[in-house]
Design a binder for this molecule. Sequence first.
Ligand code: COA
Length: 387
Amino acid sequence: MADQDVTELTKNDAPIKARGLEGVIALESELSFIDGQKGELIYRGYDINDLADGASFEEVVYLLANGSLPTQDELEGLKQELQSERALPAPVLDILRNSPDDAHPMAVLRTAVSALGLYDDEADVMEEMANRRKAVRILAQIPTIIASFDRLRKGKEPIAPLDHGSMAHNFLYMLNGEKPGKAAERTFDVCLVLHADHGLNASTFTSRVIGSTLSDMYSAVAGAIGALKGKLHGGANREVMRMLLDIDDQGADPAEYVKQRLAEGERVMGFGHRVYKTMDPRAAILRDMVKDLSEEAGEMKWYEYSMAILETMRNEKSIDPNVDFFSASTYYQLGLDPDLFTPIFALSRSAGWTSHLLEQWADNRLIRPRAQYVGERDKTFVPLEDR
Ligand code: COA
């Protein structure tokens, strides 16, 4: 249907109805494109496979925010900016210290990012350059929040961020207290590249809805973190690992385990997608990474369970895995705790959220759809004293 027809229908009070906004084009974006039939993903024109092979996360951050790959000097400039913004304001660190040890790390991250806005003098300055500086701060500080909270909840002191090195290197260092090996750093970096942007997914849409009211970047990113936390979105990677660990604990047959879940009418996390009708290209890259990591470690069980589940889901439901399915066992084999998987997703996706906000504000229009009213009408009001 032509744009004009949609507008006319809306004006005439007969809006298009699309449950869950499925298939609705809400805005234009130059950031990323998904071909759900072919299983392709591009960021700013570059295929995800090429970026995963050749680009660092910082290059992707630059690409998403600026529209072109950086030169050496531009990349160096961005890295230095990111490195210089890593430390947290002391009151935000105090919030982490005072958070319950058993709090959901995504709830802690959402709270801490919201609090960051309180200590940024530019929080409500909506000039483009101020928003670009905030994007850098948010990207630089999210890893410090996640790593600091993880250490505090384990009774350890947070480790101050390095003033050098990549985001992947610094994050793994702050988390574990030792510098990561080159292979672990590169694997983690590729994971960050793969999760950086993905069209108008639920959390990105959330960030743009908040941004479209001309609210500030911290509010929009905190809202996006709230959306990502749900298990139908980013929270799925944690659920996938829970399932794999459960299979292992029970000594269960993975295929039978999944069939049982389906028979009980449950969803299998890490499968299905609103847009992809074939294998998510990120899942294919991560599958190969899990295989390599497993072979290096001489422990194939996570890969084998995953492949058995994949076959079963294809046979039983004709549903393919999404990014969360193989990212779970990748992160697990890097020694990361399962409840950090979704915060790590947020660490990477903050590149997409902040770039989408810059794009939204460059040509803002309030995002405001309609609901179909299915409630009652024409009721007679009864005053309180007569009810
Ligand atoms: N396990 C079992 N069945 C699934 C499924 C899953 N993970 N995902 C979809 N289906 C089934 C649905 O039951 C439905 O079957 P039906 O038509 O017989 O009722 C059909 O596939 C279509 O699903 P629907 O819920 O309409 O698709 P959607 O576009 O609304 O949902 C997701 C997309 C991502 C929410 C959904 O696939 C899901 O819940 N996946 C698991 C969570 C997950 O991995 N999320 C991360 C996404 S990156």
